[in-house]
Design a protein around this ligand. Structure first.
Ligand SMILES: Cc1cc2nc3c(=O)[nH]c(=O)nc-3n(C[C@H](O)[C@H](O)[C@H](O)COP(=O)(O)OP(=O)(O)OC[C@H]3O[C@@H](n4cnc5c(N)ncnc54)[C@H](O)[C@@H]3O)c2cc1C
Length: 430
């Protein structure tokens, strides 16, 4: 019998529209044994667990709170090719050939997402179409150069530059001088997607324990992963705690910064309002460094994200600012109530490329997607599963990306990031 877990996720539109019920996920008790212990029940951890179980490994997944508690259950739900960083950063670090392989895998990540949704019949409202919108003339030049370069060097041609009436057919506002349309991008209900992966993992034989925060990992030929209720002894460990990991793995501290990002969901829009906002149901992100992004939900709410905070506290006047932004973009939505607002933590690396790696011979991790992990996290899970099964070539390609620690240690890291982001916010205004 399926038993519903109590979703201990901060109030959000996603939480109120959960459509996937997991088998019971009781807290870990006693001393257990598994081939692999996965730490973290977001997309990274659930995908790793699912792919490992499909390869025949016995897997225990330990989640500190509830599956989807982290970024995966709170995200904007946009699934996009590419990385959180510019492809030029990858080329600079690894050369054109490896950058090309990584770009191709980022596209594969989107296809993998769609494949998982289909194969496991995950009810997550997957829809296609994405607009990368210029806010100022500098963005127009940058996006057009990007389109040209990706077609020339990466055979990525599924993009169209839109402006004027062609753009207004997709987003009905005068705010953008132009936008790059990508047919390969799309959006979904991120919490239902994450829960759907977890349910598929359970069906493949994974044991999931919620309310089971890992407190320590004793390293060794076999690792012992401990919670306050029990332990799992495993040949391999997959660390998928991302922004929520804390100091569990000292080697990972300082390799990413945690920043909160905020979202609101309006009341459901009328058909007429939808036609005056996003008539083709695309997702959109603007080209600012501190970007705004939005899409429609299946029940026609505008799900709008933006605004950052580094101290975990909601920025003052958040709701008012979101209201103003929405009304400025779409005057037709002025006065439409905001029914929900919530926040979640994003893990940002210094170069904004994802950070994959192996510590010792048996601990794997993937983190720091820098706000671009909805599709990549699924691929990361699959690549960690491949690597554990001795097929590490593709995982190693990502792991080759060099990462520096944030300067300043624990005390100075946050102020430095705030300074850097303030600089980019100012730049966004130019
Ligand atoms: C508001 C917001 C909007 C976003 N929008 C987008 C978007 O539109 N498109 C996009 O591509 N990306 C977006 N992202 C980023 C994307 O959601 C993440 O990159 C992705 O979900 C990361 O998945 P994950 O599984 O690695 O981490 P998470 O989903 O954060 O999962 C980590 C899990 O590990 C658990 N955990 C941590 N430590 C422990 C421990 N010690 N023991 C046990 N469990 C532990 C946590 O409780 C958590 O559930 C957004 C993020 C946020 C916060």
């Amino acid at each position: 019998m399926a038993a519903a877990t109590t979703l201990d996720i901060p109030a959000s539109y996603y939480r109120d529209t959960v459509a996937v019920v997991l088998e019971a996920c009781p807290p870990l008790e006693g001393d257990q044994r598994a081939d692999v212990c996965v730490i973290g029940g977001g997309v990274t951890g659930c995908s790793a667990a699912l792919h490992l179980a499909e390869r025949g490994y016995s897997v225990h997944l330990l989640e500190a709170r509830e599956v989807g508690f982290g970024a995966s259950g709170r995200s904007g739900g946009q699934i996009l090719p590419g990385l959180g960083t510019d492809i030029a950063t990858v080329e600079h670090a690894l050369g054109r050939e490896r950058a090309r392989a990584i770009w191709d895998m980022s596209r594969e990540a989107v296809r993998l997402t769609a494949g998982l949704v289909e194969r496991h019949a995950i009810p997550c409202d997957l829809a296609w179409g994405f607009l990368h919108a210029a806010v100022k003339p500098r963005h127009v030049r940058e996006l057009q150069a990007f389109q040209e370069r990706m077609a020339r060097d990466y055979d990525y041609t599924d993009m169209a530059w839109l402006e004027g009436p062609a753009l207004r057919e997709r987003v009905v506002t005068d705010a953008y001088p132009g936008a790059l349309y990508e047919g390969e991008g799309g959006h979904l209900h991120p919490l239902n997607y994450t829960l759907g992966l977890a349910r598929a993992a359970q069906r493949a034989g994974v044991t999931i324990h919620e309310n089971s925060r890992v407190l320590s990992i004793q390293r060794g030929q076999k690792a012992k992963i401990e919670t306050d209720g029990g332990s799992v002894t495993a040949d391999f460990v997959v660390v998928a705690g991302n922004a929520y990991l804390g100091g569990l793995v000292p080697e990972l501290e300082g390799r990413m910064m945690r920043a909160a990002n905020y979202m609101v969901a309006t009341s459901p829009l009328s058909e007429a309002q939808v036609a005056s906002v996003l008539p083709r149901n695309d997702a959109l992100a603007d080209a600012n460094f501190v970007l705004d992004y939005y899409r429609l939900s299946a029940d026609r709410r505008l799900i709008y994200g933006g605004e950052v905070s580094y101290d975990g506290r909601e920025p003052r006047g958040l709701r008012q600012r979101m209201d103003t932004k929405i009304a400025r973009l779409f005057p037709v939505l002025e006065g439409v109530p905001i029914d929900y607002r919530w926040g979640g933590d994003v893990a940002i690396t210094l170069n904004r490329a994802p950070d994959f790696g192996r510590i010792g011979h048996n601990l794997y991790y993937a983190q720091g997607y820098s706000g671009h992990g909805m599709a990549l996290a699924g691929l990361a899970g699959q690549l960690m599963s491949d690597a554990i099964a001795d097929q590490s070539e593709r995982f190693d390609l990502f792991a080759a990306m060099p990462h520096r620690r944030f300067p300043g240690g624990n005390r100075l890291r946050t102020p430095l990031l705030v300074l850097a982001t303030t600089f980019y916010k100012l730049r966004d205004r130019l």
